[in-house]
Design a binder for this molecule. Sequence first.
Ligand code: PHE
Ligand code: ZN
Length: 881
Amino acid sequence: MRTDTGQVFRLEDYRPSDYLIPRTELRFVLSPDSTIVTATLTIRRRDPSERGAPLTLDGDGLVLRRLELDGMPLAQDAYAATPDQLVIHAPPAQAEFTLAIETEVAPSQNTALMGLYRSNGVYCTQCEAEGFRRITYFLDRPDILSVYTVRIEALRQEAPLLLSNGNPTENGDLGGGRHFAVWHDPFPKPSYLFALVAGDLGVVADHFTTMSGRKVSLGIYVEHGKQHLAGYAMDALKRSMTWDERVFGREYDLDVFNIVAVSDFNMGAMENKGLNIFNDKYVLADENTATDADFANIEAIIAHEYFHNWTGNRITCRDWFQLCLKEGLTVFRDHEFSADQRSRPVKRIAEVRTLRAHQFPEDQGPLAHPVRPRRYREINNFYTATVYEKGSEVVRMIRTILGAEDFRKGMDLYFERHDGEAATIEDFLKAFEDAAGKDLGQFALWYHQAGTPNVTVTSSHDAAAAQFTLQIEQSVPPTPSESRKRLMHIPLAFGLVGSDGRDLAYAAADGAAVEDGVIHLRKRRHTVTFSGIDERPAISLNRGFSAPITLSVEQRLEDQLFLARHDGDPFSRWQAFNTVMTDALIAASRHIRDDRAPPFSPAIAELATAVLGDDGLEWAFRALALTPPGEADIAREIGSNIDPDAIFAAREALLRGIAQVNADLFAAAYERLADSGPFSPDAASAGRRSLRNVLLDYRSTLAGGADLAARHFHAASNMTDRAAALTVLAHRHQGTPQALEALTRFEKTFSSDALVMDKWFAIQAAAPGPAAVEAVRGLSAHPAFSFGNPNRLRSLFGTFFSGNQTGFHRADGAGYALFAETILEIEKRNPQVAARLATGLRSWRSLEPKRQELARQALVLIASTPGLSADLSDIVERTLA
Ligand code: PHE
Ligand code: ZN
């Protein structure tokens, strides 16, 4: 474990390396406890006239066995080797030399899952961001691009399959039950994209013919006997390849493309060149074991990793500050892919919900950082919602500002200019500026400035003059180490909706650049006057969520209700309904805190009636519209002095209120939407299931709810319906015989399927109320649970810390005590996962004072533990700062 040294890395300190490594030859002699790695590096001075600089290679916990320079052992005093560094004091004078380094690593003891490790008996690697230095000494930084040749030797019985990046070139027998394979990757790549897999796995094989007619062999490797679960992933891969050719003109470039599913993985998946390694959760699926959400995630992540081949691999990042260059852009690409494969409006709503749930609290709390950070202590902690999701929103805004055609031109120019390079955000923006002839100088603040901008809008209508005026003001709240903010360029898509539900045409708009339905805010205040507006319109703002901001609009409830029924922009229509519900829930939670019964306007239940009955809307859209904001969403909107119990009670009351008014309608729709015909994971079928399951949630608040959910559970013919029913039972009908019976049945049926058991853990970990702390503690002793597996940890503890508002934030602080104890326990094995789970308390300052103090104590307890890892101390110290 790398303990905290307190070292800070700064963007402004970047300078190119004195040395380059044009070629890297690796030889692995695999064995679980002692793998020998020989790296033969061709090293070149960047500037041949410069001499004398020592060569410093990165290491992390390495054991050096042998070191040769140009074939000769190096004298003891010519170098200095520690586990974390290898320094050659005076490299030879010639421009190029070779360094042969032999290290020894123990994959079976690697519990951090970075570098070379074993997952279920399979050797695999994870090198992003700084895992390669746990394999050999190297210039382990993304601007060192090298051509790799990799030879793997292993026992044939233990590892009949030997994979690395690029194309296979050679393989053969070594005698004594051993064999070898050689892989060569012709594309220069940074070390973080290196990968190796060796083991005994089953394969699903297919092929793809690229647009220029090249045939590519595709393989998805999974545990033996699980091949039938990889079909959906393979289909998603082929669709991704076709889509990237059609939409971005990007063709695949090697003879093979392999994906390997492993069960122990710190993140979702990894885009290693030609050899993507996946958390098996994002590969394996069938109707019995995976929910519709799982299918959608698999499709998106398969696409994401594949799309990295161009945005990340062919063009990589100069340094880790530029992480969003590949991640934000690739998320944008996978979002567009899913929007094209499924329903664009539904996808957009889901994206915004995710952004608000994960990125907004980050941006509004102690861990806020710019999309392109300027400093970090541990880069692992910057794989954040801000870098990924807000990074994607920023790319989306570029497209909004440029228009689709110039956006594509800018992307083409970016690929043309930087293919084969390690680039920066400046390079990326410049490509768009040059392609479109536009200045993105002010816009670039989206990359440099943290915090969620707020836009306040008031309006007035002058009937006599037929003028409608918007007063718009922007502000960016202070964030850690950025107290003064500059004014941003915010593209605000809008419509003025008339009483017939159509957008009103206006004769002119003055006071801001208004183009194609977008107001471009660049100043603090804008007064935008529309002429030719006879009637007072309802204003529909930030359509399609054109900018990742918060809006404070003075809007009458009638206008919101009107927009929820008539807004021509589907996102804004959903937003209007969501705002109506959020406002009602905030008011209700205040009432509950004051021991008063919460009042709800009958208009909300009527709106639900109207939305459910609107057959012009997709099922999935109706499901999203009818889903009330989650407890965490409501808490975020309230912002401070949060009482999770009051929020929970308000939400339950709203659901029941809507369900009561619509009892017959919901019952009839519930019956009508029942399964018919064989299962299909397509978007329309998934939408039908999601709407029916939302109706189940509502109806389960009424008398007979537990029986209804139990029937739903037992009749379910797929995991989506089964998990939805189990959630209702385990949450709303906790402790009832129906709930206990369903939990037991589920456990018995799926006890040998770890990924399904994750759902069982997660559903119980999210069960509201004070009993959850003990329940989670108990579940951590369940035979199917393991402290060594990140998926188990996330499903049980991750869900509890981040997805159980009333349970985790129990008033007596027992949840926080479990938090501190667990995180310290996990850290011993896997600091990266521990640090990520520790972000579960990032919003502690918005809690009511008593909980706030208890949460602080838990954080202080962690922070004051001696010998903390860099990962965890970085998170807890920033959280407390
Ligand atoms: N780069 C991976 C992605 O596609 C994420 C990742 C980061 C995986 C670090 C492992 C380690 O998003
Ligand atoms: Zn990525």
